[in-house]
Write a protein that binds this ligand. Structure first.
Ligand code: GAL
Length: 807
């Protein structure tokens, strides 16, 4: 859909008419493919492709003899597609430095200048007939301090490794010719104290729309108010005139249901915009008998805002949104759509096994799906703005999001980061609270903290008034600094302070912004200080932390205590606790780095979900330990549980609310069986001693992929004995290969927090040891259709093959 508009120029009495192709259909073009990548160097300009010695900021378009130049010889650079994290493939490296250990012993940062600069180049061509309208580059996340050039022209940079950045490149494009996009990312300085990766690790887009258009950054805001079964949809459309004449245009907005049927339309509102002027149009649409967005039925409507001129359409934008209402009540707790809901939350960092922070979108859905399956209903994006696809996953799967900015501070840079976060995320149905920061120990309890917090709260309120605002304070019963002004009081740990604080400040809603931090290693049931493992029970925790059962029992018993966010849903690289090297990742997860459940997973599932849960830990493969006592730990929501060893009852026990049951059992090989009763129903669980591994077993998360070069599948790997029983303590080395289309394995993992094996391919080969009987392979589709076949093999055990269709 293109239309021509006339630009009349009156020069010396003559009318010249110039036509320009101004397209009306907004385009959102994926820019993830066909990049070239090379490491630069933070301390040696010669190895940084002359950056630092070429004077690239002296004249407009000046590139000197640097990698910014279109002519730069990029042969020898790697071909990469996005998302890309250059750190995940670096070798684990021990040096005694707190920052390195917090980041997971990867050689990146100030001490490793040779690994801390990443250069990316991409060429692209736009047809001459597409030369209308604006072209805006969108980077959803580059870690970090990125600078962007197009055809040698510097178009801007982004200090943050986590916010989305937009660059208008319209003036610099050469239509019909090659264009060169160059990005320099500088990860010399970290932002956090956890693995952060580096590179263009989220999507890049090229947006194209009419010169007269809905603004890119804060162009559309939709929020809702509910009355009974009806709702009012409030919208704000910001339009911009980048054409060369004044514009008389109109804006209207319509609402469609999930099937695309229009169910409400606003008035058509005229607006006049001078050249380079922007304006905002506020509209409201009444809807009858609406479907609410909630946790079980995350219903999403679409708002479509349209800009027209003389009846012709110039631009339209479609945004998904949900109709729902939040209430944070200091006496009665949190309410979603008028229903009392406890926050069953988890905090998470961004990385996953195999891929670092460069997650295919599918993995976001996979991870959120695992949390939902466990019974979680809330996600805190610690400690930074998330990738937009995480929010999409939470919107469509029904998980509330506590959306966090990087730092509690109000200088220009961080006020901008907070603005960017709120403007980008405020249309997401799932976002229910904004977080202005976490554990700012230098600031949070003094009057600088009060002033900063007040500023950030005020800033958020100018952009969105429909969510809660909170801060993750590691303070007990302390009413100083941030806590004096924050609308919703978050407690990081300090469980002892919660009751007295609530008593002293009964008007402030309270919840656990960070709770537990219990540490456990999946499938390891003893403390192992050599390999740096902690027992896979709800038993070990650092000084500031608490068991799962401790915090949850307290929260569940108090109506006003709105719930909490467990540290963390998944293990993550960095912050090895309580050990250090050779332990390279955290043990805080309810699931490990691959998303394999630990024992505590079943504790949460028992008390958070509606499922029948009866889990026996540990496994029953203890060859050599015959006659020794084992701690058998039952997580269940059954009212009572009876445990049997080889058919003999070891007694029946009543399950305490929010508790667990244990037995000390002398090990004899055979069968441990638990029988429980729940709501008049019998539930059973069995754990058997297995034989040695016989065959590899592959469990893919799906069997069909899209041939879009972006889709992915998770293949979980285990081994079974001759009877088909999974061998829980197998640690065999398994090799992986893929045949068929251009799909590729992009990472492997096993959840071992002390494994120094490569997550990436080494010398052309993909392989990984099983840890606690499991490993994981992540496959990404290519753009070719066809069949792919993954083969998993080992020298001793029988192979396994799994096939996929790529359509
Ligand atoms: C908190 C902090 C988290 C993580 C956690 C580990 O104090 O906010 O980022 O470090 O401790 O228990």
């Amino acid at each position: 859909m293109y239309h021509k508009y006339l630009l009349a120029l009156l020069i010396s009495g003559t009318i010249f008419t110039q036509t320009s192709n101004a397209q009306t259909e907004r385009k959102h073009i994926n820019f993830d493919f066909g990049w070239k990548f090379h490491l630069g160097n933070a301390s040696d300009p010669n190895r940084d492709f002359n950056y630092g010695i070429g004077n690239v900021f002296s004249k407009s378009g000046e590139t000197s003899n640097t990698a910014i130049s279109e002519k730069w010889d990029e042969s020898g650079w790697d071909s990469v597609n996005l998302p890309h994290d250059w750190v995940v493939g670096l070798p684990f490296t021990y040096i005694k430095n707190d920052d390195i250990d917090a980041h997971g012993y990867k050689p990146v940062g100030g001490l490793f200048p040779e690994n801390s600069i990443g250069w990316y180049r991409k060429s692209f061509t736009l047809n001459a007939q597409d030369s209308g309208g604006r072209y805006i580059l969108q980077f959803d996340g580059v870690y970090r301090d990125s600078k962007v050039w197009i055809n040698g022209y510097y178009v801007g940079g982004n200090f943050s490794g986590y916010t989305t950045a937009y660059y208008d490149i319209t003036d610099f494009i050469r239509f019909g010719k090659k264009n060169t996009l160059v990005v320099r990312a500088d990860a010399t300085q970290d932002e956090g104290w956890f693995y952060e990766g580096a590179g263009i690790y989220r999507h890049v887009w090229l947006n194209n729309y009419n010169d007269v258009h809905i603004a890119q950054k804060d162009g559309f805001y939709v929020h809702t108010a509910i009355k009974g079964k009806d709702a009012t949809i409030y919208t704000e459309t910001k339009v911009e005139n980048k054409s060369l004449e004044n514009q008389n245009i109109s804006v209207f907005t319509e609402i469609t249901n999930r099937e695309g049927k229009v169910i409400g339309t606003s008035k058509v509102q005229p607006i006049q915009l001078a050249i380079d002027e922007s304006g905002r149009i506020k509209q409201s649409i009444a809807l009858k008998n609406v479907e609410l967005w909630d946790l079980d039925n995350p219903y999403l409507y679409r708002a479509v805002t349209v800009v027209t001129k003389n009846g012709k359409e110039l631009d339209r934008l479609k945004v998904k949104f949900g109709i729902r209402e939040f209430k944070f009540d200091s006496k009665d707790g949190f309410f979603l759509n008028g229903k009392s809901v406890k926050m069953l939350g988890v905090s998470n960092h961004q990385d996953h096994a195999g891929v670092g922070v460069a997650l295919p979108d599918y993995l976001q859905y996979y991870r959120v799906g695992l949390l939902k399956e466990m019974g979680a209903n809330a996600y805190r994006t610690t400690h930074n703005p998330p990738t937009p696809e995480l929010l999409d996953a939470c919107d469509s799967l029904g998980i509330l999001v506590f959306d966090e900015t990087r730092l509690l501070t109000s200088g220009n840079e961080y006020a901008k980061q907070l603005t960017d976060l709120v403007e980008r995320d405020r249309n997401h149905a799932s976002v229910f609270m904004w977080s202005i920061g976490n554990e700012e120990y230098l600031t949070q309890a003094n009057n600088i903290g009060t002033r900063i917090a007040q500023n950030q709260i005020n800033l958020i309120k100018t952009l969105d008034t429909t969510r809660g605002i909170s801060y993750a304070a590691n303070m007990g019963n302390v009413y100083k600094g941030v806590n004096e002004v924050i609308p919703i009081r978050g407690f990081n740990y300090h469980l002892e302070g919660i009751d007295p604080y609530h008593k002293d400040h009964p008007e402030q809603p309270v919840y656990g912004s960070e709770v537990s931090s219990m540490v456990s290693t999946r499938g390891v049931f003893i403390k192992d200080t050599v390999n740096c493992y902690v027992p896979d029970y709800d038993s070990t925790f650092p000084s500031w932390a608490a068991k799962a059962e401790t915090w949850w029992t307290q929260a569940d018993a108090r109506k006003w205590y709105m719930g909490g966010f467990v540290w963390t849903g998944f293990d993550y690289r960095g912050e090895p606790t309580p050990y250090r090297w050779p332990n390279i990742n955290s043990h805080f997860g309810i699931m490990d780095m691959c998303g394999f459940p630990k024992t505590v997973y079943y504790y949460y599932q028992a008390w958070w979900s509606n499922k029948d849960v009866l889990n026996i830990a540990p496994h029953w493969n203890w060859k050599g330990d015959e006659g020794k006592e084992k701690l058998v730990w039952i997580n269940s929501n059954a009212e009572d549980v009876e445990l049997f060893l080889n058919g003999q009852s070891l007694g029946k026990k009543t399950m305490p609310k929010d508790g667990h049951l244990t037995w000390n059992v002398k090990y004899t090989p055979g069968e441990l069986k638990a029988i429980g009763h729940r709501n008049g129903k019998e539930i059973t669980s069995i754990v058997k001693t297995t034989d040695v591994p016989y065959q590899i077993k592959l469990s893919p998360s799906k069997k069909v992929l899209l041939a879009d070069g972006e889709d992915a599948v998770v293949v979980n790997v285990s081994v079974v004995d001759k009877e088909g029983l999974e061998v829980p303590n197998a640690n065999d080395l398994i090799q992986f290969s893929l045949n068929g289309t251009d799909a590729q394995i992009i990472g492997v993992g096993n959840g071992d927090p002390s494994s120094h094996e490569a997550d990436k391919c080494v010398d052309g080969a993909w392989q990984r040891h099983l840890f606690g009987g499991k490993a994981q392979v992540i496959i990404k589709s290519g753009k070719n259709k066809g069949q792919i076949q993954m083969v998993a093999s080992s020298n001793i055990i029988k192979n396994a093959i799994v096939e996929f269709d790529v359509n």
